[in-house]
Design a protein around this ligand. Structure first.
Ligand SMILES: Cc1ncc(COP(=O)(O)O)c(C=O)c1O
Length: 367
């Protein structure tokens, strides 16, 4: 039987956690039960009904008493086919976060360095630190674009083993132009660094680094089924890159890390590319509508190429706005105390009616 721990008990002692981990805060995005959830950039609508029916039918045929295909070959082949790449150039994982973790296990670690450009997706540096990788960074400009000169200085000074670009960038929504990706590759090449372009929101924008991939470039692109494919609950993401890189990632992945249901779901989903594209079109149109309506309020709005919009209330502290929205059962993401994002909030594009509720609530809070 468990008893309440007695702090004076001489054998009650917590084991020593790694000192670098003890300093880490972990990932914090509150999961609160609200009417309108616009805080984690998920899809507002479920995947197509026909896909769900296909998946239900397929589940009946799965041999769950056996381990799944360790190489997830059918899924990886289907992903590769979408991009004209072959199975050996695709690494699939439990969300793109896990793909990034595999990358850092293989190319980061003790004595190695990862570079990030803040403000950006916090998990790049978080996962780097968890894997014992040193993190260095440089700030983006005031308008959140990346300064090529500063990038060059960072590469020359730190010679990072892994460098992250995030395009469209979370939480700013800005795209890093192809020219910058190529420039970064050129700067990294002499030092043997690997460039990772995180395109979790890639399909919402016109630009992508996928066309720049090749067997002789140290470039990988990560993408996810969580956003455009409306499958955040399934946890499936992938990375496209040279065969030599995927081979290394397979070494650090746990055996059978992708379960049979996920492999089936991902493969089936890819047959619904047209529906996915339609879903993206709806979100992009809704993003334009929401951005335009937001601009009529006393807030600064940043142009976004993703499924979210960053904004800064100008007449009231952001934390009070966030609380006011929550009181009205609308949840957005509060970045107001994050470095470089002073006073900023981020709202995910929802359905038209969810976004209208958000706008009504925001108008009330700001008035
Ligand atoms: C930029 C970026 N990369 C990666 C991810 C992780 O996505 P997932 O692990 O769901 O594929 C997210 C999630 O919000 C993200 O914003």
């Amino acid at each position: 039987m468990w008893t309440v721990a007695d702090p004076t008990d001489p054998i009650r002692q917590e084991p020593r956690v790694r000192t670098d981990l003890a300093l880490l805060a972990g990932y914090h995005s509150p999961q609160v039960d609200v009417d309108v959830r616009l805080n984690t950039n998920e899809a507002a609508q479920p995947p197509p009904q026909a896909f769900t029916a296909d998946l239900q039918a397929a589940l009946a045929g799965l041999t769950l008493n056996r381990y799944p295909d360790r190489g997830a070959v059918r899924l990886r082949t289907a992903i590769g086919d979408r991009y004209g790449m072959n199975v050996s150039q695709v690494f699939a994982a439990n969300g793109s976060n896990e793909a990034i973790q595999a990358l850092l296990l293989a190319y980061g670690g003790a004595g190695r360095t990862a570079a990030v450009f803040e403000p950006t997706y916090a998990m790049h540096s978080q996962i780097a630190r968890i894997t014992g990788t040193r993190v260095v960074g440089t700030a983006r400009r005031q308008d959140f674009s990346l300064d090529e000169g500063l990038l060059g200085e960072l590469v020359a000074a730190e010679r990072p083993d892994v460098m992250f670009m995030c395009s469209p960038n979370n939480p700013t929504g800005l795209v890093d132009p192809d020219g910058l990706v190529l420039a970064a590759l050129e700067m990294l090449a002499p030092h043997g660094g690997l460039l990772v372009v995180d395109e979790a929101y890639g399909q919402f924008s016109q630009s992508s680094a996928v066309d720049l991939l090749s067997e002789d470039r140290s470039l990988v692109v990560s993408r996810t089924f969580s956003k455009t494919w409306a499958m955040a609950g399934l946890r499936l993401g992938y990375l496209l890159g040279p065969t030599w890189c995927v081979t290394e990632l397979e070494k650090v992945a746990l055996p059978y890390h992708l379960d049979a249901i996920k492999q089936e779901a991902g493969t089936l989903a890819l047959a619904y590319g047209e529906e996915m594209q339609k879903h993206v079109g709806t979100i992009v149109a809704e993003r334009q509508r929401l951005s335009a309506l937001l601009s009529e309020l006393p807030v600064t709005v940043w142009p976004s190429q993703a499924n979210f919009v960053l904004f800064r209330p100008e007449t009231m502290p952001a934390s009070r706005v966030w609380e006011g929205l929550l009181e009205r059962s609308v949840l957005v993401r509060d970045f107001s105390s994050a470095e470089g994002l002073d006073g900023c909030l981020r709202v995910t594009i929802g359905t038209q009616s969810e976004d209208d509720r958000f706008l009504v609530a925001l108008r009330e809070v700001l008035s």
